[in-house]
Write a protein that binds this ligand. Sequence first.
Ligand SMILES: [Zn+2]
Ligand SMILES: [Zn+2]
Length: 235
Amino acid sequence: MKKSMFGALTLVVVLLSFALVSNVALALKNVCPNCNKMIDNQELNACPFCGKIINKCLICGYVNPIKNDNCASCSANLAESRVSRTIDKETRTDLKLGESPLAQIAVELAQIDHKVVVTGLTPELAARQVELLSKMGWWSLVNTVAMHFATQYPNSDQNTKVAASRVIALRNLAFLALSDKNNNTARDYINTALSIDPKDKECLNLQKVIGEAEKAAGGAVKVTSDTPNVGSGAE
Ligand SMILES: [Zn+2]
Ligand SMILES: [Zn+2]
């Protein structure tokens, strides 16, 4: 249907712009999407003129006062819910709004961001952040967050898991750098990865490939510690 196609496109554009400029949502908050009247009292849950519920969370269903930017129940960002709820239900169902794995991850990442603002960062939140960022393939962020994790929570029981995610991230970053012919950068990433897990097979393979690329490029950087400790099982 042409109309719902247009609705879908508008929705995507609107959602994208909201993701980029979430402050715009503040401007929308006090205008009823049903009767278009200004609502002055932001403590209300519904429009005083037409009864339309304004700030219902589409993630958990909680009805929030108009003033809230994040759901009081699940921390989800409410700007997207407000926009989505102005689109008719049929179109929303057609689009399966918010049900794609990426959309769900984005929602959870935003929830974590908000929880961090409210209660501060915990090892559990940070570890989950690393896990979600890995699912998104945002390797540079995974690397940064996981690196901070190791220094902030050296005794956390999540450390092994976070470190494993960081190795995967560094390996991907090394591979991307190598693809861009940035051999030195690739070498830095893979060396860092191997300093965390010296036995990671895929890292060791990539290290060889990087070595070959360096040779091929002529200006091989002098490697000082390239004799692995064969046979030493202890760390
Ligand atoms: Zn209204
Ligand atoms: Zn909620």
